[in-house]
Design a protein around this ligand. Structure first.
Ligand code: COA
Ligand code: ZN
Length: 311
């Protein structure tokens, strides 16, 4: 049976857009519920400037109170060396650094051009990880579409990715549809191009949003191109505060039900994920999205009828 890796990003990409502060204990309860659902890899939050993203101001306490999560790779987003040092002091060794392919979105997100962010990444690695011990994911924001510049030039994005891949071997690059406006043919063509060119030196995954309703189509497009790792957020929470108009991440529940019905193993318990989704949906200010949660649970779980259509 084919297997995909589903990475839960709700505790970071999902929560960061919620205006009301989510108490530390609730963040921890949500993360624990998601671990219980079977995620082996999760974005736990971000060590960013609390002025830029107030929701993440308690990240140090979240990680300290959470304690170790055996068998789970907990990742945190860091925008600079300050964030990387905070993460490492908290015992986190899986870091995410975001670079937007469009200057406009990169400026909106981290107040500098794309080129400056590549230089920042290089100096951050030299400062905090000269021996290459950290596991590093680069979020390739606005790979396909930018809220300010529209559809991205594939040749230019490819050339920028080539330079990022060259920084060190073994990076993971998350091809990201930050705005949820990418078209599936673009996702498929560009994912395949990246895998063909850099697949032996870097790992690629797909991070999508569902603004225009193409989220699941884009996941399938990336899957058909050969990508086997996908980000989703519980209850379809999410959105980038620095990308106007972008709505929620692709719902993890939709990813699980899609792949399960195709006979592709995800390792996630849909019933426990739906229960975690109830926590997410009950957060004041949370906007949920996705389809699976709207289907009556008994029917979604098969209602006595096998869910897999693969036979
Ligand atoms: N953690 C905590 N505090 C931080 C920090 C971090 N990682 N990075 C910077 N700061 C603090 C600085 O110490 C400084 O504090 P002070 O005003 O008390 O002196 C303040 O934030 C401003 O620092 P500066 O280096 O001037 O940053 P900036 O204002 O130009 O902002 C970023 C740049 C990258 C730090 C900020 O835009 C950011 O954190 N962005 C995160 C964006 C994000 O999470 N986007 C969503 C995901 S893609
Ligand atoms: Zn996102």
């Amino acid at each position: 049976m084919t297997r995909v890796e589903l990475v839960e990003v709700g505790p970071r990409d999902g929560l960061q857009i919620i205006p009301q502060f989510v108490p530390t204990a609730t963040k921890i309860a949500l993360i624990r519920a998601l671990v219980g659902a079977g995620f082996k890899r999760m974005e736990l939050g971000s060590f960013v400037s609390p002025k830029a993203v107030p929701q993440m101001a308690d990240m140090d306490e979240v990680i300290a109170q959470l304690g170790p999560l055996p068998g789970v790779r907990g990742m945190t987003l860091v925008p600079n060396s300050i964030g990387a040092k905070r993460a490492m002091a908290a015992g986190i060794t899986d870091l995410i650094f975001v670079i937007s392919m469009s200057n406009s979105h990169n400026r909106s997100n981290v107040r500098r051009d794309t080129e400056a962010s590549i230089a920042d990444l290089r100096s951050m690695l030299a400062e905090v990880d000269p021996d290459g011990r950290l596991k590093l994911r680069i979020g390739i924001a606005t790979t396909f579409h930018c809220p300010f510049e529209g559809v991205m030039d594939e040749g230019k994005v490819f050339a920028t990715i080539e330079r990022i891949v060259a920084l060190r071997d073994g990076l993971e690059l998350a091809l990201s549809d930050t705005t949820g406006m990418a078209l599936p043919d673009h996702v498929k063509r560009f994912s395949r191009r990246c895998l063909d060119a850099f697949g032996t030196r870097a790992r690629f995954c797909f991070h999508g949003h569902d603004t225009a309703g193409y989220g699941i189509a884009n996941v399938l497009a990336a899957f058909e191109a050969g990508i086997t790792s996908f980000d989703g957020a519980v209850a379809g929470l999410g959105g980038c505060p620095f990308a106007p108009g972008a709505t929620g991440n692709i719902a993890s529940e939709d990813l699980v039900t899609l792949f399960s019905r195709m006979g592709v193993e995800t390792g996630i318990d849909i019933d426990r994920l739906l229960a975690a989704g109830d926590i997410a949906a009950s957060l004041p200010g949370a906007v949920t999205s996705g389809h699976a949660r709207a289907i009556p649970r008994a029917r979604l779980l098969g209602n006595g009828v096998p869910l897999t259509d693969a036979a």
